[in-house]
Ligand binder design. Structure first.
Ligand code: NAP
Length: 287
């Protein structure tokens, strides 16, 4: 105490500010740890509605989410471009979760006439209590390349699939959610645009994912007061799911963890939470 009172007022004031900053960072860390690892999942069906629409449901993250939603008691509309793969996934889900009703909708997001096809999707879900939309369909480059080497088809497909399709599907599903005053939209972005400062040789991919990030942020604010949660998840594990199928793939445990944690990831695990947390802590340390 004597030592403290011997300090000049300006030093005590600075120490007080430092303590406040440290307390704030600790509280944020504790809250993030709780939200990421401990907080139980929301009762999706009760909170948001009976159905989930999942794009890119035939593989990877979308497929894994479809299984988790079925386990959580939701019915599913699986959207994909391959009728065979859609049939196979729905059969698997029905076998594992017999109470889940599973519908499929064939839609190639890279094909011509996207607007009309999404309109048909909108018609097919009319009247369903769609509570959750996951926009997982997406693509990257087949391999790294300079921007001037990106051909017309790749550029068009990246923008169509990662930007236009996600925007249109969201536009098709949202009105029902607004009417029911509840819903959750999960867009799958990428660490390539939100965590990494740049992602050279994948510029168009990273730029499309930056769109997903900002689009989601804006919608989250726009629809917060309408009972609709909007989230952008940013996987940052650089693997190809097809490559991952190899049983000796060294990344397999990491991806299994991502999917296994997804019960607390989806709808809770804010992509921005991690990035902002790291950004804030690092920012406060270095500035
Ligand atoms: N995996 C990662 O490390 C990683 C990292 C960052 C971000 N992401 C993002 O996470 C999302 C899912 O990635 P993932 O790894 O799960 O990918 P994935 O395993 O390759 O699955 C992609 C899904 O999108 C579908 N799809 C592809 N092109 C389509 C088209 N033209 N029309 C309709 N559906 C189409 C695929 O259908 P088919 O089964 O017919 O091919 C598949 O269901 C993507 O948006 C991706 O950009 C992934």
């Amino acid at each position: 105490m004597d030592a403290l009172s011997a300090q000049p007022a300006w030093a005590l004031a600075l120490a007080g500010v430092g303590l406040l900053v440290a307390a704030r960072a600790s509280a944020r860390l504790a809250m993030w740890l709780y939200a990421a690892f401990l907080r139980p999942g929301k009762p999706l069906r009760r909170r948001y509605g009976e159905w989930a629409v999942v794009t890119g449901a035939t593989d990877g993250i979308g497929r894994a989410m479809a299984f988790r939603f079925a386990a959580a008691g939701l019915h599913l509309v699986l959207v994909g471009r391959s009728p065979d793969k859609l049939a196979a996934v729905s059969k698997e889900i029905r076998a594992k979760h017999p109470r889940a009703e599973v519908r499929t909708f064939v839609l190639d997001f890279a094909a011509e006439g996207l607007a009309a096809k999404v309109d048909a999707l909108r018609d097919s879900i009319r009247g369903l209590d769609v509570g959750v939309l996951v926009n997982s369909a997406g693509m990257s480059y087949p391999y790294a390349r300079y921007f001037h080497e990106v051909d017309e088809e790749l550029m068009r497909n990246l923008i169509r699939l990662n930007v236009e399709a996600l925007t249109r599907v969201t536009h098709a599903v949202l009105p029902g959610m607004v009417e029911r005053k509840r819903g959750a939209i999960v867009n799958i972005g990428s660490g390539a645009s939100t965590i990494l400062p740049s992602y050279p040789l994948y510029s168009v991919y990273a730029a499309t994912k930056a769109y997903v990030d900002q689009f989601s942020r804006c919608l989250a604010v726009e629809y917060k007061n309408k009972g609709i949660d909007v989230q952008c998840q940013v996987p940052n594990i650089y693997y190809s799911w097809r490559f991952m199928r190899s049983p000796d793939c060294f990344l397999l445990p990491a991806v299994q963890l991502y999917i296994a944690r997804s019960h607390c990831c989806y709808l809770y695990f804010s992509a921005y939470g991690v990035k902002d947390f790291i950004g804030n802590v690092v920012g406060q340390l270095v500035t």
